[in-house]
Design a protein around this ligand. Structure first.
Ligand code: NDP
Ligand SMILES: O=C1OC[C@@H](O)[C@H](O)[C@H]1O
Length: 354
């Protein structure tokens, strides 16, 4: 057997919060089937103490340079790609700063607070000739790819008429530290931007985001009970997307008021249905395919670690090949979903600009 040389990607991490912990742990995980190797060469945090603690806890086998600023990471010549793990309203500045320093960028979801910000990031990345991707890790799981193959290539359940997708996590706003990103409007709190983006992602995987598949959108929200209406955010959002050409609908929900059961999505077609389940709508793990002739099959897709390495490997392969965007999570798709969220917020009277 010949050893295939894997690409090595050198990562700089910006922000040492929860998601960066998960992401970095998966990057350094020893895996049986890796498509790339990853090293953590720099970490940027609000303090050296926090950055050092993060490094020793999450990537003890690495010796990253630790900075008490994010600019240290952007300007580090040993960094190929910057991972942005800060709260959503900071993504715009963090991404633009990384791009200005000539770095490739993987930015957590949602990449921006609205489509306008997203567009500015895309324009900046193209002008500088660097890679940019929104870290919608869900798209890269083997189970997600298999669902798409079954639906679009094999047409296992025929013509799709409806998809229901729900992402709820029981985290009411009042139960959270008011200064945390999951409670503070200034830090982008709210069910749609945090969780609804995944429900909309599943709809886009089933129905597409091309302009020919552009949906009519209707929506409503249950707001948090802050006294000042300017502080309110959505604790629960329900969206119906109607795809006129496909004569189909997606019903996408997101909630901070209950936890979704294991099966979080069901897709109904003329020949059967597919249910999708897993730890959460962000981390799918299995499919149940039922056909109208009575056959039922459960297909499990166990993963090593949490599964963030799938998107990281894809980024490494793109950068190695000189591609500036990823096909599985394209910037056009990111922009479409940001514009859906703009429409949903406008229809429901939610604005983050006050
Ligand atoms: N893909 C996924 O499954 C998940 C994605 N996310 C996404 O990741 C992003 C970060 O979420 P999460 O890790 O949960 O958030 P945390 O609050 O846990 O961490 C965010 C980090 O950002 C840095 N930061 C910079 N400025 C601020 C500020 N003004 N207030 C607070 N923190 C700041 C801090 O790091 P430091 O002090 O080191 O600079 C902080 O620890 C969000 O956009 C979220 O949507 C979150 C969870 C899961
Ligand atoms: O992306 C996410 O997925 C998992 C949730 O726990 C988290 O709040 C969210 O940011």
């Amino acid at each position: 057997m010949t050893d295939i040389e894997l690409p090595v990607l050198r990562w700089g991490i910006v922000g040492c919060g929860l998601i960066s912990t998960w992401f970095v742990s998966d990057l350094v995980l020893s895996r049986s089937e890796a498509a790339a190797n990853h090293t953590i060469t720099a970490i940027g945090s609000s303090s050296l103490e926090k950055g050092n603690k993060f490094a020793s806890k999450n990537c003890p086998s690495q010796s990253p340079a630790v900075y008490d600023s994010y600019s240290g990471v952007y300007n580090d010549p040993n960094v190929d790609v910057v991972y942005i793990g800060t709260p959503h309203p900071l993504h715009h500045k963090n991404v633009l700063d990384a791009i200005a320093a000539g770095k490739h960028v993987l930015c957590e979801k949602p990449m921006a607070m609205n489509a306008q910000e997203g567009q500015e990031m895309v324009v900046a990345a193209r002008k500088k000739g660097v890679f940019l991707m929104e870290a919608v890790w869900t798209r890269f799981f083997p189970v997600t790819k298999e669902l798409q193959r079954l639906v679009h290539e094999e047409k296992a359940i025929g013509d799709i008429s409806v998809a229901w997708v729900d992402f709820g996590i029981y985290t009411p706003i009042q139960s959270k530290d008011p200064g945390s990103r999951t409670a503070s409007k200034k830090l982008g709190a709210g069910a749609l931007l945090d969780l609804g983006i995944y429900s909309l992602t599943w709809a886009s995987l089933i129905f597409g985001t091309a302009s020919s598949a552009s949906p009519d959108i209707s929506a409503n929200m249950v707001f948090s009970d802050h006294e000042d209406p300017n502080d309110r955010v959505d604790e629960q959002t329900a969206v119906i997307l109607r795809y006129p050409e496909q004569r189909a609908q997606a019903i996408c929900t997101a909630s901070l008021l209950y936890k979704t059961p294991e099966i979080f999505a069901r897709i109904e077609g003329s020949k059967g249905s597919i249910s999708v389940g897993g730890v959460a709508a962000s981390k799918p793990g299995f499919l149940i395919v039922k056909t109208k002739d009575g056959e039922e099959k459960k297909i499990d897709f166990p993963v090593e670690g949490r599964g963030f390495h799938f998107e990281a490997d894809a980024v490494a392969l793109d950068i190695q090949a000189g591609r500036l965007e990823n096909n599985t999570c394209s910037l056009t798709t990111t922009q479409s979903i940001l514009s859906y969220m703009d429409s949903i917020m406008a229809a429901c009277g939610l604005s983050y600009s006050n």
